[in-house]
Design a protein around this ligand. Structure first.
Ligand SMILES: [Ca+2]
Ligand SMILES: [Ca+2]
Length: 268
């Protein structure tokens, strides 16, 4: 009897870890992430129960308090950490393609990765001085050529397939990322609209329901971004990234990674 039970236990142990291990490879537990309730009691206390502009104002105060700004050079090292491939710590995971590439291949040549401004730099012309241009919450490692193809286009559904970035589509005035990146991009843009409200010598960055925003401090398309936020909820990669940016680099969080429902509460 005892022996039978033991055999059963061994069998279970052999069978069950395989699918579990496969499922958890790309889903690292966010190291030392505080529980959601603990975050609400501390970091987000002043935002709880609010909606609309009151929520946006409260979040602006929260994410703009006690912030450390990085130089553009420091962003390289931050990205090597925040965008690290959970399956290979020597690599970073590239936005738009999901490719894993050596962290040491940062640069400007074909085959390198560089610093993609998800909120396009020209939309508000904030450059790369300390501020929105170096805010790691919306900066991601991306392939040099794919970054160039995206340019400063607004985000929206539709277009033709992008040859060197499968799953992405583009036309003359917009870019549609692959599904796995849609929510990440939406939440980065939500953060930027809340973080930058016209102070610190920078433009008030805002979302609108348009494309072709050019150099105006606006980014779209809002209705599409709200859909993408629902379609692609925060992943362990995003949560780890948010944690690291708060703990190690900037001292602030992206509220929409912690509370994706707040996008609808503000802009819905
Ligand atoms: Ca995602
Ligand atoms: Ca704003």
């Amino acid at each position: 009897m005892h022996r039978t039970l033991l055999t059963g236990a061994v069998t279970i142990a052999l069978i069950s870890p395989l699918p579990l291990a496969t499922a958890t490879v790309a889903q690292p537990a966010p190291a030392a992430a505080p529980a959601a309730a603990a975050l609400d009691d501390a970091y987000y206390e002043d935002a709880l129960g609010l909606s609309g502009d009151a929520l946006k104002d409260a979040l602006h105060e929260i994410v703009s308090t006690g912030v450390t700004t990085l130089t553009y050079a420091q962003v390289w090292d931050a990205l090597k950490d925040t965008d690290q491939d959970p399956a290979n710590p020597a690599n970073v995971v590239l936005l738009y393609t999901g490719q894993s590439r050596s962290a040491d291949r940062n640069g400007g040549n074909v085959g390198d990765w560089n610093r993609e401004h998800v909120w396009a730099q020209s939309h508000g012309d904030f450059g790369t001085g300390r501020g929105p241009g170096t805010d790691v919450h919306h900066l991601r490692a991306a392939d040099v050529q794919v970054n160039s193809s995206r340019g400063n286009k607004d985000f929206d559904d539709g277009g033709s397939p992008v040859s060197n970035a499968p799953g992405n589509y583009t036309d003359s005035d917009s870019w549609e990322p692959r599904d796995q990146d849609k929510g990440d991009i939406a939440r980065m843009l939500f953060y930027m609209a809340v973080r930058y409200e016209g102070g610190d010598g920078f433009a008030d960055l805002e979302l609108n329901d348009a494309v072709n925003n050019g150099s105006r401090p606006l980014h779209g398309r809002l209705s599409t971004l709200l859909e993408w936020n629902e379609l692609d909820p925060p992943s362990a990669f995003e949560e780890r990234r948010n944690e690291l940016i708060h703990d190690e680099y900037q001292g602030n969080r992206n509220p929409f990674v912690d509370h994706p429902e707040w996008a609808e509460a503000i802009w819905g």
